[in-house]
Design a protein around this ligand. Structure first.
Ligand SMILES: O=c1ccn([C@@H]2O[C@H](COP(=O)(O)O)[C@@H](O)[C@H]2O)c(=O)[nH]1
Length: 233
């Protein structure tokens, strides 16, 4: 990671709130403390794409966390539409057909495609319950390899997976980690978590943080403190 990087770009705030009006108000309150926002399932089906367009127009970076997973033709065409929107990051589930279709769909645009390895709310038991005879670690690494082989840009994994994933991908892939919790923050439904400093030290490029910022009494301060923690590593 270049020394010239704006550390604010390394924090991606998950706008998981019920309405686009609340999301827009939150972005306004956070002001210049953040530059990168994630729009996921909660907002995508209630005006989130229009909000994305608006934020991009205002100079913010936007991550569409659509976690696409469908037949190749559908994924390719959905990805092409999101690339035309001017979004910066898009997630798809890390299945080879899906990854390859997304790579075709983004064409020569600047959209970065990230493969979801294993959700950060899953542990070994959850993976076993889904029918995989693999540990979380083995499944994450298998999918990280497939992500690289598919010609997309990066990997979504837990901060606790980052060192192992980096050893597979080298510097070639962007590593983006949800499941990040400032020291003392509630983990909620996240099972594989680490602090911002530990995630960055392990080799993450970008951290996704939702509730510790959005539910804070002072979201701008909460975001600034995470950026300070990132910068101090
Ligand atoms: O494995 C994954 C993939 C995506 N997410 C998303 O990140 C945020 C995390 O929010 P917090 O409030 O900080 O827990 C949320 O939008 C998830 O949909 C993830 O958590 N894990």
């Amino acid at each position: 990671m270049s020394l010239l990087v704006d550390n604010r770009d390394r924090l991606i705030i998950a706008l998981d709130v019920p309405t686009v009006e609340e999301a827009a108000a939150l972005v306004k309150r956070i002001g210049d403390e953040a530059t990168f926002y994630k729009i996921g399932h909660e907002l995508l089906y209630t005006g989130g794409v229009d909000l994305a367009r608006r934020l991009i127009g205002e100079g913010k970076k936007v991550f569409i966390d659509a976690k696409l997973h469908d037949i190749g033709n559908t994924v390719e065409r959905a990805t092409a539409n999101l690339a035309a929107l001017g979004a910066h990051f898009l997630t798809v589930h890390a299945y080879p057909q899906t990854l390859q279709a997304a790579a075709r769909g983004r064409g020569s645009s600047n959209l970065k495609i990230l493969g979801i390895t294993v959700l950060t709310s899953y542990d070994d038991n959850d993976v076993m319950e889904c029918g995989f005879a693999l540990s979380v670690n083995d499944l994450v690494l298998r999918r990280a390899k497939q992500i690289l082989e598919s010609g997309v840009d990066g990997v979504v994994c837990a901060p606790t997976d980052v060192s192992a994933v980096r050893s597979v991908t080298g510097e070639r892939a962007l590593l983006v980690t949800p499941g990040v919790r400032p020291s003392g923050a509630a983990t909620g439904d996240q099972k594989r978590v680490a602090t911002p400093a530990d995630a960055i030290r392990a080799g993450a490029d970008h951290l996704v943080v939702g509730r510790p910022v959005t539910k804070s009494a002072d979201p701008a301060r909460a975001a600034a403190e995470i950026v300070e923690e990132i910068a101090a590593v």
